[in-house]
Design a protein around this ligand. Structure first.
Ligand SMILES: [Zn+2]
Length: 272
């Protein structure tokens, strides 16, 4: 394990899967997969602490550390506004997700659920393993400038360490029973991953009926802001009750990175 992986209290709970650690990308984002057995060791104070406001806020992420410089220099950063797609396209996205044991953590930036092996996202001819899901309030993605109250980012990786994210937007509406399992188990303070006994989570139940997606190439939305992430955001939102969204917001706070410039990137609006 590279020593830099263990340097930061801020990122110590977010260690990358071995395939990713070998891919040469900088470690540390909650938008990247986490190896469930990775040690949660930390040497507090020796690496930059980033946040969503104040001194360590998004405008200064790129200056906090060399390994974060893509946050400021990158040209394919996320999130982006999803209004005004360039083209419509038939994008074949299939989620073959399985119910399983839930391991949950609070990394100080978000609440994250780690999944056991067995759930697959197919995008075109590529297949990715579901690794984790985490939440942002409000949604990082906007549509014509308007955010949703919440988004879930399902993070996947393929055998070569490439990342694919599926974003699921939440609007205020009916109570969401599957989400409730996460809310009930979510650590209110920063806490390492622990398995939630007696609870089976079915990630498929957190998805909308249609997997028509917006599709573009972007980045992790947290430091180190690594690029090469294949982004999919479901056009159809799901619901959560106002109370559910309020509880998650109370835990994770305002944790949406501001919208990043598209810089000519192709944005496809899918018909599935
Ligand atoms: Zn995210």
């Amino acid at each position: 394990m590279p020593s830099r992986l263990a340097r930061s209290a801020c990122v110590a709970l977010l260690l990358a899967a071995p395939a990713l650690a070998n891919s040469g990308r900088a470690p540390g984002s909650h938008d990247r997969p986490e190896h469930p057995s990775a040690p949660a060791t930390a040497h507090a104070g020796s690496a930059p602490h980033w946040s969503y406001s104040g001194e360590g806020g998004p405008d200064s992420w790129g200056a906090l550390a060399d390994e974060f410089k893509t946050c400021k220099l990158g040209r394919m950063q996320s999130p982006i506004d999803l209004g005004g797609a360039d083209i419509e396209g038939r994008i074949s996205v299939r989620a073959n997700y399985r119910p399983g044991q839930m391991s949950i953590l609070n990394n100080g930036h978000t609440v994250q659920v780690n999944f056991p092996e067995g759930s697959i996202l197919s995008s075109g001819i590529s297949h990715y393993k579901l690794v984790q899901v985490h939440f942002h309030t409000p949604s990082e993605e906007t549509v014509y400038g308007v955010p949703y109250p919440m988004v879930a980012h399902f993070v996947h990786t393929d055998h070569a360490g490439n990342l694919a994210v599926l974003g699921v937007l939440f609007e205020e509406g009916a109570h969401n029973p599957e989400l409730d399992k996460i809310i009930k188990a979510a650590p209110r303070q920063q806490a390492a991953a622990h398995v939630v006994g007696g609870v089976t989570l079915d990630p498929a139940r957190l998805l909308p009926a249609s997997l028509a997606v917006w599709r573009y190439d972007g980045s992790l939305t947290t430091p180190p802001c690594s690029e090469g992430v294949r982004w999919h955001v479901a056009i159809q939102p799901v619901t959560a009750s106002a109370a559910q969204i309020a509880v998650l917001h109370a835990i994770v706070g305002d944790n949406a990175r501001p919208i990043q410039p598209r810089n000519g990137r192709l944005l496809v609006a899918g018909v599935n």
